[in-house]
Design a protein around this ligand. Structure first.
Ligand code: ARG
Length: 476
């Protein structure tokens, strides 16, 4: 055996390299490579879950008689101390120790001696990190879900209050037909309702324990995967060890949820920005959600919705980053996967903040009812109602469409809405028009007539708001 092949001991260079895997190395890792490959600066965020997973693993090892009860208790006590130390901000993280897992394990060994080195029996950082991220993401999902619910509750309650507030409904951002503001808000709520169910789907699918997959093939120790799965409140252990350590589809799925949610919040933001503008003035946003301009004293900018709209881009970016990270990886674990954390962490943080901002802001919206009403009155928003009226008088829809088109052209030339024309003026376009036409040309008549499930009639909006609130109440 040549000198350089000697096993590591205190007088070989390998002794200066990493204690967790330094055994087969002849020289210490390059200082830059050490920093380049380390993840502790960001994955230390997983410390609680890492310790939680280690405690479950130690319990299971004792159950399987791989550890004695005394060793188990020493390990658990040591880990509990370390957690308290990290909580208190007294833990010193070391970059040479690479990641959160090895930092904690090294601290444990320092604290309790040789027994600390037994913790890693029958597991690998590969199943450990997959477990940590799943536990962490599950915790985050359980914190995000109630904020989403709070936002929805505020939105539905506002919708109920605004069930008969009339505003223009748009297609192509052109005035189309009158709707109620409550109906518009409930449309937003439906988007969020689906986002909520996507979030819960993601939670359901991720909730399987990878622990026991070890590096990739499983382990030779008599482990009990059911035991650790239950201890960590997973529904069951994962089926396949190779898959367990390699796929990050659960993180991708969360980011897909996050992108969809942000896309929805961004659409809402866009409307809030439009509606607070001098050109629309549909709503008032309290000053606390806005900021001023350093140069233009008159300005009040809707920064919160603008920022939410802007942050959608970065969340979409994280989704694409994770999909790209995964797309060409051979089975099983690859170091590429260390790159999963920063995008995931930032997606979680961004979504949490944006939801919170929205949950605070939405109930504070004040509608400017007269301005909304006036806007709906302009733009011939009851033209379809006139066409439907003529159909009820026996005229074919295509012909009535033509008749109303001509009335609108006349209205544009005369600068008059349909409801402002006299009966004689309207009758130039069809003799079938009689005095009762004015019931359908009013905005109130127009919305009230759309009185079916999913329609904009105030009665329907109130009922829909009631059902939406009842659905929220069923969430646990
Ligand atoms: N820091 C690593 C990660 O985040 C932990 C797993 C490392 N495993 C390994 N065999 N190098 O993915």
């Amino acid at each position: 055996m040549s000198n350089s092949e000697k096993p590591a001991n205190s007088d070989t260079p390998a002794a200066k390299t990493n204690q967790a895997w330094g055994g087969r190395f002849n020289e210490p890792v390059d200082a830059f490579v050490e920093r380049f490959t380390a993840s502790v600066n960001f994955d230390k965020r997983l410390y609680r879950q890492d310790i939680q997973g280690s405690i479950a693993h130690a319990r299971m090892l004792a159950e399987a008689q791989v550890l004695t009860a005394q060793e188990r208790d020493q390990i658990i006590a040591g880990l509990t101390d370390i957690e308290a130390q990290i909580d208190a901000g007294q833990f010193v993280w070391s970059v040479p120790l690479e990641d959160v897992h090895m930092n904690i394990e090294a601290a444990l060994t320092q604290k309790i001696g040789i027994v600390g080195k037994k913790l890693h029996t029958g597991r690998s950082r590969n199943d450990q990190v997959a477990t940590d991220i799943k536990l962490w993401l599950r915790d985050q999902i359980d914190q995000i879900a109630p904020i989403l619910t709070r936002l929805q509750r505020g939105m539905i309650e506002l919708a109920a209050k605004e069930a008969s507030t009339i505003m223009p409904g748009f297609t192509h951002l052109q005035t189309a037909q009158p709707v109620t503001f409550g109906h518009h808000l409930l449309a937003w709520n439906e988007m969020l309702e689906r986002d909520y169910s996507r979030l819960q789907d993601c939670r359901k699918r991720l909730n399987q324990s990878p622990l026991g997959a070890a590096a990739l093939a499983g382990t030779t120790y008599p482990i009990n995967r059911q035991f650790t799965a239950e201890a960590l409140f997973f529904d069951r252990p994962t089926e396949n060890s190779l898959d367990s350590v390699s796929d990050r589809d659960f993180a991708i799925e969360f980011c897909a949820f996050a992108s969809m949610l942000m896309t929805h919040l961004s659409r809402m933001s866009e409307e809030l920005v439009l509606w607070t503008s001098a050109q629309f003035q549909f709503i008032h946003l309290p000053d606390r959600f806005c900021t001023g301009s350093s140069i233009m004293p008159q300005k009040k900018n809707p920064d919160v919705p603008e920022l939410v709209r802007g942050k959608t881009g970065r969340v979409n970016g994280h989704l694409v980053a994770l999909l790209t990270l995964m797309k060409s990886q051979p089975l099983a674990y690859n170091k590429d996967n260390q790159e999963d954390k920063e995008p995931l962490f930032d997606a979680v943080d961004t979504v949490s903040d944006c939801l919170r901002a929205f949950a605070d802001m939405i109930p504070a919206i004040e509608s400017r009812k007269e301005i909304m009403f006036e806007a709906a009155r302009r733009g011939f928003s009851t033209a379809t109602d006139l066409a439907d009226y003529l159909v009820r008088k026996g005229i074919a829809f295509r012909d009535s469409h033509e008749i109303v088109g001509k009335s609108v052209a006349y209205g544009i030339a005369q600068n008059k809405d349909l409801s402002e024309m006299t009966l004689e003026e309207l009758q130039q376009f069809s003799p079938e028009i009689t005095a009762d036409v004015f019931n359908v040309l009013t905005l109130e008549g127009s919305v009230a007539a759309r009185n079916h499930l999913g329609g904009t009639a105030p009665a329907q909006v109130s009922a829909a708001a009631g059902r939406a609130l009842a659905r929220l109440a069923e969430r646990n």
